[in-house]
Design a protein around this ligand. Structure first.
Ligand SMILES: [Zn+2]
Length: 153
């Protein structure tokens, strides 16, 4: 068995958080817009369910927003360091325009990475993924609520 795949790479390549091997999306190309958000119900490698509960993916809107803000921040700084800003010309507007186009182009990928990051928040890596049960939101798994003491017989 190969070693543990890295966290950052697993998120960026949208691999299942539990085994970090199975692909989260059916079509590897995020720019195929028809299949952009198409995902298998379960991880093809370890069987982990991806949509942990109905409406689970609504929470990714926050992650996606955060990614967008971080991206704009980085692009702003890069532009500033390489091209620079000035009040005397339109460099600032060029940045706005190019940054906007990039945001649109990257949106499908952002959407997928947001889902990956969001799921990684709830499901952690499990080295024994082949032999242990998958993570669920069934409200009775012991790590969801504090484990109740066994009733006295
Ligand atoms: Zn998996």
């Amino acid at each position: 068995m190969a070693g543990k795949p890295g966290l950052a790479w697993s998120i960026l390549s949208q691999k299942c958080p539990r085994c970090r091997r199975g692909a989260m999306f059916s079509n590897p190309n995020p720019w195929n817009l028809k299949e952009m958000t198409k995902m298998p119900h379960n991880c093809p490698v370890c069987g982990q369910r991806f949509e942990l509960e109905i409406g689970f993916w609504y929470g990714t809107a926050y992650v996606s927003y955060l990614l967008t803000v971080v991206f704009c921040g980085i692009s702003f700084v890069l532009w500033w360091l390489t091209i620079g800003f000035s009040l005397q010309d339109s460099r600032f507007y060029w940045w706005l325009g190019i940054n906007g186009v990039l945001l649109v182009l990257l949106q499908p990928w952002f959407m997928r990475v947001s889902r990956a990051m969001y799921l990684y928040f709830f499901v952690s890596y499990d080295e024994q993924y082949e032999s242990t049960p998958t993570k669920t939101f069934d409200y009775s798994s012991e790590d969801y609520f504090l484990k109740k003491e066994d009733p006295v017989k």
